[in-house]
Design a binder for this molecule. Structure first.
Ligand code: NAD
Length: 327
């Protein structure tokens, strides 16, 4: 197949080239959106990532250009207009689970860094400051952690939390009996958030989960709790969370995803003026830690993303059942 791959960095090229099963791939650095969709003329498929735009307008151009397949090299598909893809006869495949541990481990990295302030200690000591002032954290052992969404990543995260001796409460629309047996206690969102020292989001971005964390749900948090979002930015109402941080209702915040990340993440703006005032405000808090959607970014996950993407493409070419089909 002739495949146009969007939003590519050298690391995407490296892994996609290594595991290519014989397709003709063109790597483009630009994202797929209304402006770049015309570049797909002459291609059979597009390969895209989390912040590429696959809305009705883009899909219409893709269909006009003869593109038959959208290959998502990620799990989430909130950026795809599923109805439009179906109507236009374009198939969409994804990588449902490449390495849940990669994201779960990153969520724990955010928690440990925010809690034990190792990022501050690192900088202090490089400047000859060996003081412990303002570095005090809390034991994770015996603390209550709330896990919202216990699918592949949430489950891997629960295992990590239990290794730390946390009491784990969970909210999901589907209960996992194996997790229940291991001691995870499911409840309503209200029960799950109540008294939790840490709240970590692992559900997909859907209409039902959009702005799940907002001014009202923040009131259900234990004052001073930590919020971690490694799932999708749209789960969190950013300005409500900023108010929560200002009032102290939210004690700390770790974000690997951000609602307006498409304009910022994966690029270097170190010499530019950041125009996004919300992220500028978030960065100004001493108790906020932001990473730019790197939860997935391990060698193992990149290998799996490439391998499964090509399996999806090969199955489409062979007219076999598309096990990872979104549409
Ligand atoms: P999954 O489909 O295995 O699990 C999602 C879970 O959320 C399921 O158990 C589902 O029942 C639950 N859920 C659905 N609607 C819900 C609701 N309204 N309330 C509570 N729970 C609900 O997905 P996963 O592989 O665990 O991934 C979770 C999310 O993580 C993805 O949707 C994606 O947005 C995000 N993700 C982020 C990165 C990253 O690099 N930061 C990488 C991969 C995935």
């Amino acid at each position: 197949m002739k495949i146009a791959t969007f939003s590519t960095h050298h690391y995407d090229e490296q892994f996609l080239n290594e595991y290519n099963t014989g397709h003709d791939i063109t790597f483009m650095k630009v994202p797929l959106n209304e402006q770049t969709a015309l570049l797909t003329k002459g291609f059979d498929a597009v390969c895209v990532f989390v912040n590429d735009v696959i809305n009705k307008a883009v899909l219409t151009v893709l269909a006009d250009n003869g593109v038959q397949l959208v290959v998502l090299r990620c799990a989430g598909f909130n950026n795809v207009d599923i109805k439009a893809a179906r109507e236009l006869g374009i198939s969409v495949v994804r990588v449902p689970a490449y390495s849940p541990e990669a994201v779960a481990e990153h969520a724990m990295a955010l928690i440990l860094t925010l809690n034990r302030k190792t990022h501050k200690a690192y900088n202090r000591i490089r400047e000859g400051n060996f003081s412990l002032e303002r570095l005090m954290g809390f034991n994770l052992h015996n603390r209550k952690a709330a896990v919202i969404g216990t699918g592949s990543i949430g489950k891997a995260f629960c295992k990590i939390l239990s290794g730390f001796g946390c009491n784990i409460a969970a909210f999901d629309i589907h209960l996992d009996p194996a997790l229940q047996q291991s001691g995870v206690v499911y409840g309503t969102l209200e029960e799950t958030l109540a008294d939790a020292d840490i709240v970590s989001l692992h559900c997909p971005l859907l209409e039902s989960t959009h702005h799940l964390i907002n001014a009202d749900t923040l009131k259900l948090f234990k004052p001073g709790a930590m919020l971690i979002n490694t799932s999708r930015g749209g789960l969190v109402h950013t300005s409500d969370v900023i108010e929560g941080l200002k009032s102290g209702q939210l004690g700390s915040l770790g974000l690997d995803v951000y609602e307006q990340e498409a304009n910022l993440f994966f690029r270097d703006f170190s010499e530019d003026i950041i125009q996004d005032d919300l992220i500028a405000r978030l960065i100004s808090f001493p108790n906020v830690l932001i990473t730019s959607h790197q939860g997935f970014f391990t060698k193992e996950a990149m290998e799996q993303i490439a391998v499964i993407s090509f399996k999806n493409i090969d199955a489409f070419v062979a007219n076999e059942e598309l096990v990872n089909k979104v549409v």
